[in-house]
Design a protein around this ligand. Structure first.
Ligand SMILES: Nc1ncnc2c1ncn2[C@@H]1O[C@H](COP(=O)(O)OP(=O)(O)OP(=O)(O)O)[C@@H](O)[C@H]1O
Ligand SMILES: [Mg+2]
Length: 366
């Protein structure tokens, strides 16, 4: 006989799709109701990612149907966990701050930052992109955005927006984009500070920062200003790039900036005849990942369209939603989200997902 206690007993051992602990025990299965053979379940997920939702749905449905339920209605509450927000945090509504960096120039930091942000948005997250490269901003070109941001209240600047991404770059403030920014270090810090404090970022699940190449000035400033969720380290596979990236990893360790993962860009080239060529060698990304004790989040091939779309201001993830490179960026985004969520779970003791701040979004789905 199907009754509520039977259903509850069947659902008790169902594992959370991210944390792999019983949903009931960690507070992600919130409520169970039964009308006849129809079960209504209220659950809480730490990301709107469709993959995570599908996994939760499949597991719950399987368990419920085993005891005679014929229909499962899910009421899903999504709440992305937030990093630690201290009293003087300049962006308290930003749940996660991700630094995209590399000791090496030209390895694809900006390309990765842009496409990763768009991939996070495609998974349903609220995202922002901050161009922290004051001397060589790439975001305006790569995202195809120009124009001056405005201030509605004369105090805070509204970020520009395209493809659902809120953005800020020094490039938006230059009258002529070929103009050089001639500033000393302290002014750079001042600009970054303003980009955090004076820009109305609102509530975001992820704010991605595109860092300049080289030493850790910006990373240091960020680490002093707020609790960064972590770093995505970008590298290319060849030895000469790795040397600089190792230094970046060591710097992160010194600053206690967690490295969430490594992206190996320009990993291989697929020629039109179908052959795969490791132009820059093999295994570099894995070496950095091993050194950083972080996962290799993905390997991005060299594809002409990636460069072309970047130059056009219509990034590949947006331009080719079903393309192969987009699939790679989506899987990088999923791997990153999973790492962020698991780190957060461990940091908070893994018992209950913290309530966090900001609105939650409710979805009723069948
Ligand atoms: N996977 C790829 N396939 C083809 N071209 C790429 C790829 N990744 C990056 N590029 C191109 O390589 C160039 C350098 O990339 P990008 O500007 O993203 O690097 P960066 O690390 O941000 O550089 P910088 O150190 O100057 O900030 C750009 O023209 C970009 O379009
Ligand atoms: Mg760049």
């Amino acid at each position: 006989m199907l009754d509520l206690p039977t259903l509850e007993a069947a659902l008790d051992p169902v594992l959370d799709p991210v944390f792999e602990k019983p949903m009931r025990a960690i507070g992600s299965l919130l409520e169970v109701k039964l009308e006849g053979t129809k079960a209504s379940l209220r659950i809480k997920l730490p990301s709107p990612s469709p993959t995570i939702e599908a996994k939760a749905r499949r597991r719950l449905e399987e368990a419920a149907k085993r005891v005679g339920v014929t229909e499962v209605v899910l009421d899903i509450q999504v709440e992305v966990p937030t990093r630690e927000v201290l009293g003087d945090d300049p962006v308290p509504g930003v749940r996660n701050v991700i630094l995209v960096m590399s000791g090496k120039g030209g390895v694809g930091k900006s390309t990765t930052a842009v496409n990763l942000t768009l991939a996070l948005a495609k998974l349903g997250h609220r995202v922002g992109l901050l161009d922290a490269d004051i001397y060589g901003p790439s975001i305006p070109t790569m995202m195809g955005v120009s124009g001056q941001p405005i201030s509605k209240d004369g105090k805070r600047i509204s970020p520009l927006e395209r493809f659902g991404v809120k953005m800020m770059s020094i490039g938006f403030l230059l009258e002529d984009e070929k103009q050089a920014v001639v500033w000393r270090g302290p002014m750079l810090h001042g600009a970054l500070k303003q980009f955090l404090e004076d820009v109305d970022w609102g509530t975001l699940d992820f704010l991605v920062l595109d860092l300049p190449p080289g030493t850790g000035d910006v990373a240091l400033t960020m680490a002093q200003k707020l609790k960064v969720t972590g770093v995505v380290m970008v590298t290319t596979p060849q030895e000469v790039a790795l040397q600089d990236v190792y230094k970046s990893v060591s710097m992160c360790h010194k600053l206690s900036l967690p490295i969430l993962g490594v992206v190996e860009n320009m990993s291989y080239f697929v020629d039109p005849a179908g052959g795969r060529h490791d132009l820059f060698g093999k295994g570099g990304g894995q070496k950095i990942a091993d050194f950083a004790q972080a996962p290799l989040l993905g390997q991005i091939p060299i594809v002409q369209a990636v460069r072309e779309q970047g130059d056009k201001g219509f990034p590949i993830v947006q331009a080719q939603p079903d393309g192969e490179v987009t699939a790679v960026f989506l899987s990088v985004a999923e791997a990153l989200v999973e790492k962020v969520l698991k780190d957060h779970f461990e940091r908070t003791g893994g018992e209950k997902l913290p309530a966090g701040k900001g609105p939650t979004r409710l979805k009723i789905m069948r």
